[in-house]
Design a protein around this ligand. Sequence first.
Ligand SMILES: Nc1ncnc2c1ncn2[C@@H]1O[C@H](COP(=O)(O)OP(=O)(O)OP(=O)(O)O)[C@@H](O)[C@H]1O
Ligand SMILES: [Mg+2]
Length: 390
Amino acid sequence: MTMFSCCFGKVASSTGVVGKENNRGSDMDINTELVDVENMRCYTYRDLRVATEDFRPENKIGQGGFGSVYKGMLQDGLLVAIKILSAASSQGLKEFLTEIIVISNIQHENLVKLHGYCVEGDHRILVYGYLKNGSLDHTLLGRGHSSINFSWEIRKKICMGIAKGLAYLHEEVHPHVIHRDIKASNILLDEDFTPKISDFGLAKLFPSHLTHVSTRIAGTQGYLAPEYAMRGQLTRKADIYSFGVLLLEIVSGRPNQNRLLPVDEQFLLERVWQDYREGELVRLVDPSMEDVDTLEACRYLKIGLLCAQSLPKNRPPMSDVIRMLNDEIDFREKDLSGPGLLSELKSYKTVKNNTSDMTSSGSEPFDDSRSYGNTTTSFSNITYTTITER
Ligand SMILES: Nc1ncnc2c1ncn2[C@@H]1O[C@H](COP(=O)(O)OP(=O)(O)OP(=O)(O)O)[C@@H](O)[C@H]1O
Ligand SMILES: [Mg+2]
């Protein structure tokens, strides 16, 4: 069992830095926040310049909402992925600190390894272990070029690994951790396709005496549980919803939204539910898999639907999900009802008006100045630190 000795306080205190005038925080502010962090190396900017050959464009391997990611080799020969927080990112400092604080205390085969960070002048940089097979959105879901053949055996290994990583965060670490941004681009694959959950910048620690944490809404559209998007009440079930969407993506090989398809096919979750009701789930199993056990793949799709149920209480905890994937326990299929769908978010404004007096022990107030205006018409795969920003 992993314990955060005083981490809940640390994450809460890290918000203090962001509130200051310069929201990149001074070196001193940040180093004060990180003073208790163990197992983490503090790199100099020079170390990282050398590792990336002065941030050579050819070494750039990715671009996210927070900045660029470079491949590099440290002096001791270790291959790393170096994520530079962009100076233009106004939301990044809090996520930068959260990432370091949360992940420095935990280690698991299915969580990405953060080796260290660099805070120097204006530079805010994270240094991770390099994962050779990149992220699932590039390789499996076709947002990049990939020659990887994702067989059914590989996909099962990926689903199971992600489930184990999440179960660890939800059930073994104390206080529990809610990741808040489970999605294909945050699943990285190592050489033998072991999946690693990455990007803990939005993570929330969740002490067991609370029923939920009230927080501003953050995450990525398409993976957001409706009750969290509507009311900002966060529980582990929000991650389980995102996991359900991801599971459907992995088995079908299709992203959760695809605007190039006819309107009634654009949203994977709606499509899966429709095919399930027609007894035709098999239509969604990725036909590119030669070794697929169709019955088993359909069972995985049903588990995905179960995780994405509209009512959070109907979503199983991750330890049960693991046992379901392993076919060790069954679930009552007749209890399966509709998944939480994006269209339900239309009621967001109404519900929001009823939540202005939320007082539970959460860290941040619900910001009434934000609106969810274009939810049903605009979709993106980047992380939002609040739902309407970026
Ligand atoms: N440790 C790593 N090893 C290998 N590639 C990585 C690693 N970390 C990130 N990448 C690559 O860099 C890309 C960008 O990652 P990043 O986390 O910055 O953005 P994102 O997850 O795609 O989007 P956002 O964080 O804005 O939602 C990833 O999609 C992946 O291809
Ligand atoms: Mg990411």
